[in-house]
Ligand binder design. Structure first.
Ligand code: ZN
Length: 55
């Protein structure tokens, strides 16, 4: 992999309704906050609350 990502964590945004992961974004390490976003879910076919899903 050409891209170095050691200072960032890949965070998944999961639909709170169907629990399907629809979005990804990179977050700096050490940043401790949880994102809850209203985003369109293709599975539910509507806007739903998406929450961070981390291992
Ligand atoms: Zn959904």
């Amino acid at each position: 992999m050409a891209v170095k990502t050691k200072n960032k964590n890949l965070v998944r945004l999961r639909c709170d309704v169907c629990k399907k992961i629809n979005y990804f974004y990179w977050k700096k390490k050490g940043v401790e906050f949880k994102l809850n976003l209203n985003k369109f879910c293709k599975n539910c076919r509507k806007h739903t609350l998406h929450k961070e899903a981390r291992k």
